[in-house]
Structure formats: structure tokens, C-alpha cells
Write a protein of this length. Structure first.
Length: 66
């Protein structure tokens, strides 16, 4: 039997969505929580998967942006 793998999946946590004029509501609180979750996952040696949306050229989530 294969054992389940604990995984943390972070989706669209790009800087352009968490900072600046196009930031999502309560972005600072969300960012604090993401930092806590990442730290806990790393401590537990949990698999971490980052998924990034690729927006159009000039968009906040344009490929190659933070």
C-alpha cells in the first residue's frame, strides 16, 4: 500500500497579487498566513508545490515577474 503524501499547494501567490495597487483584499494578512504555513510545512518536511498563473504581457502576473 502506498502511504499518502502531505502536500501544501500554493496557488497564485505572486507579488503582483499581494502587493501594490492591484493587491487582493487583506493581502497583508494572507501573506502573513502563507509565511506561517510555509514555515510549518518546511519544518514537517512536507511537499510544497507552487503554482503560478501566467498573465498577459504587462499584467501583474506576467511570466518572469516576482
Amino acid at each position: 500500500m502506498i502511504e499518502p503524501v502531505k502536500t501544501l499547494v500554493l496557488i497564485d501567490a505572486q507579488q503582483g497579487l499581494l502587493d501594490g495597487k492591484h493587491a487582493i483584499p487583506n493581502a497583508a494578512d494572507l501573506l502573513d498566513r502563507l509565511v506561517e504555513l510555509l514555515a510549518a510545512a518546511r519544518t514537517a518536511k512536507t511537499l510544497i508545490v507552487h503554482l503560478q498563473n501566467d498573465g498577459a504581457p504587462g499584467a501583474d502576473d506576467e511570466p518572469g515577474t516576482p
